[in-house]
Write a protein that binds this ligand. Structure first.
Ligand code: GLU
Length: 185
């Protein structure tokens, strides 16, 4: 079977941040993020689209529309979409996209990290790899969040922890899948 063509859309967040004199800044490009995951090339054909580079607390409705438009404009060209996002408002963007793009038959996945991809004990590489694994799975579709090995439906997530890797919980609904060592369960 041919590899899935996946569009990696970046918006900023801690995952893409580096330490500067003004504190953490989301300056890493989408290509720089993917350069940390050379193994992805075995799994899929990733391409990149940089939408913005901001802390997600500065993200608003216009950005939700920007993300929805980017997916709609590229919908026919790719098998799935991965949006890289700051964790503070990731659940809100996932909910907004769930209503803006309904009944999608392709996966639209949001992920991020509690620590920048350039830090040693980062969760970024695992979360990104899991997101690409889930996006490559034949059964995945619609808007969801992949974080700390859990796949949460886009309308059900809430950020409940600011430091631990398991930042999100699925509210009144079980996680729809788990991703473990590159396998979707
Ligand atoms: N406030 C930042 C953001 O949401 C930090 C949280 C994060 O990315 O993990 O972009």
């Amino acid at each position: 079977m041919s590899k899935q063509r996946l569009l990696f859309i970046t918006t900023g967040g801690t995952i893409a941040s580096v330490r500067t004199q003004q504190g953490l800044k989301p300056v890493l490009s989408s290509e720089e993020l993917l350069a940390h995951l050379p193994e992805l090339k075995e799994l899929c054909c990733p391409e990149t689209l940089a939408l913005c580079s901001i802390d997600s607390t500065d993200l608003g409705q216009e950005h939700w529309l920007m993300m929805a438009r980017a997916i709609q404009e590229n919908y026919a060209l790719y098998d799935g979409f991965i949006i890289c996002h700051g964790t503070d408002t990731l659940a809100y963007s996932a909910a907004a996209l769930s209503y803006l793009i309904q009944n999608a038959d392709k996966p639209i996945i949001l992920t991020g990290a509690q620590r920048s991809i350039v830090t040693e004990d980062t969760d970024a590489r695992t979360n990104l790899y899991d997101a690409f694994c889930y996006a490559s799975d034949a059964a995945s579709h619609g808007v969801s969040i992949v974080f700390d090995g859990h796949v949460i439906t886009g309308t059900r997530a809430r950020k409940v922890r600011t430091k631990s890797r398991n930042a999100f919980e699925s509210v009144d609904y079980p996680p729809v899948a788990l991703v473990r060592d590159g396998r979707v369960l």
